[in-house]
Write a protein that binds this ligand. Structure first.
Ligand SMILES: Cc1cc2nc3c(=O)[nH]c(=O)nc-3n(C[C@H](O)[C@H](O)[C@H](O)COP(=O)(O)OP(=O)(O)OC[C@H]3O[C@@H](n4cnc5c(N)ncnc54)[C@H](O)[C@@H]3O)c2cc1C
Length: 388
């Protein structure tokens, strides 16, 4: 039932339209059932399933088992939107394969790319992205985890918090302070194998929409010099460049959740009787549905514009990615809340689709830059242009 007319927009070509249609069919046969309580096992199974289906190939460049020469934001966004509409955990798994390996795709050496990316694309290895710390979330540049050079290796001490796939990942892209300068200019990126001595990922965090999440603790963890990812001291810029690709896709996931909520609410409104008519006959409910439609459409326009600017126009799209993420995640929250309202008591009943959407959407307004941080990015661009 979900509206598919957006695929005719000029942001897409025949290849991307076909991708959306093929994935839709695949989801209808492969993502039909819910998930059990063992979320780690469910995620591992979903990684294999998405890998076998060929969808994880979109997470890496073509030279390493991928589809497009470079990471294609519109494809990533179409996949996330579609998966999120069918199954939030499938979207999570897909997103983390991309985000967790994204810094390697963008900045890794040939050897690092060969070592990790084909296995990410096939679903043989699970990826994670370790940036946030217990005392440094939005303020990334204040991170404290240290990687100190010691001969031909690095010794890492510190902690990372809220790391998705923590505990089940095969490798982590880790950002740590290497001391070239204070703040943003003293951070480097590394690839860390999950079994590394001195890495403890056993402290798990339970969240309202369950997925694997952990605190990582590093105690004198030794890394070989070739674990360094890209140039030393460039880790902050590398993290931001990686987020530039994936922030747009967080908006796409929110869009998928919102479309699902709109579909569910519309079906319910068309069948639920109240005061001698269906809810859909009621002008107040129609007004709610109309607002939901506008929120979904504007989010889609902003998400796919951001992708098109980067993929087709070759522009750095930090401003547009921030606008897309801010708008799509904030409005999806409102759309889903209205869907719950249209469902009435059933809407807050555990197991009702809009109830799980209500929990799923919340974290998207916080991770990969909270809504307030996106506003800072947007205002900074706006004011810089005004002063120029
Ligand atoms: C489910 C989930 C999964 C996550 N997965 C990962 C992961 O895989 N890898 C990873 O590295 N991190 C991950 N994170 C961490 C996430 O990126 C951080 O939670 C986020 O960046 C916010 O940091 P914080 O929680 O420390 O909040 P804080 O930085 O303490 O901010 C709290 C709130 O204060 C406000 N705020 C903060 N700074 C400003 C400011 N300068 N101006 C205005 N308002 C401000 C915002 O409203 C913000 O939400 C995940 C988080 C969640 C919830």
């Amino acid at each position: 039932m979900a509206d598919r007319t957006f695929l005719d927009w000029p942001f897409f070509d025949a290849t991307r339209r076909a991708l959306a249609t093929e994935l839709e069919t695949w989801c209808e046969t492969h993502l039909t059932h819910g998930h059990g309580d063992d979320i780690d096992a469910e995620c591992r199974a979903l990684v294999r399933k998405l890998g076998d289906g060929g969808w994880l190939r979109y997470c890496v460049p073509a030279a390493y088992g991928g589809v497009h020469e470079q990471l294609d934001v519109r494809s990533l966004a179409l996949i996330r939107e579609t998966l999120a509409r069918h199954d939030g955990l499938a979207d999570f798994v897909f997103a983390m394969q991309g985000l967790g390996s994204g810094t390697i795709s963008l900045f890794g050496s040939e050897a690092q790319k060969q070592a990790w990316l084909p296995a990410v694309a096939s679903g043989e290895k699970i990826a994670a992205f370790a940036l946030t710390e217990p005392t440094s979330g939005s303020d990334v540049a204040s991170m404290e985890t240290r990687a100190e050079a010691d001969g031909n290796r690095y010794v890492v001490n510190g902690a990372k918090a809220y790391i998705s796939n923590g505990g089940i990942a095969d490798f982590y892209v880790l950002f740590a302070r290497t001391g070239e300068a204070p703040g943003a200019r003293g951070v480097s990126a590394f690839v860390v194998e999950a079994g590394a001595g001195g890495l403890d990922a056993s402290e798990r965090i339970q969240v309202i929409a369950p997925h694997p999440l952990a605190t990582l603790k590093f105690t004198d963890m030794r890394l070989p010099a070739d674990a360094l990812l890209g140039e030393r001291g460039r880790g902050f810029a590398q993290a931001m460049a990686t987020l530039d690709v994936f922030r747009t896709t967080v908006g796409a996931a929110a869009l998928g959740f919102a479309r699902r909520a709109l579909d569910e609410a519309t079906t319910r409104a068309l069948t639920r009787q109240s005061m001698g008519a269906t809810l859909a006959d009621n002008a107040v409910v129609q007004s709610m549905l109309a607002e939901m439609v506008v929120d979904v459409e504007t989010s889609a326009l902003l998400v796919y514009r951001a992708g098109w600017l980067r993929d087709v126009m070759g522009q750095r799209n930090s401003r547009e990615a921030a606008i897309a993420k801010l708008h799509a995640t904030d409005r999806a929250q409102v759309v889903i809340d209205k869907a719950v309202q249209i469902f009435g008591g059933l809407g807050v009943t555990v197991g009702c689709p809009v109830e799980s959407l209500y929990r799923e959407i919340r974290a998207l307004r916080i991770y990969e830059g909270a809504s307030e941080v996106q506003k800072i990015v947007i205002a900074r661009h706006h004011l810089a242009e005004a002063k120029a």
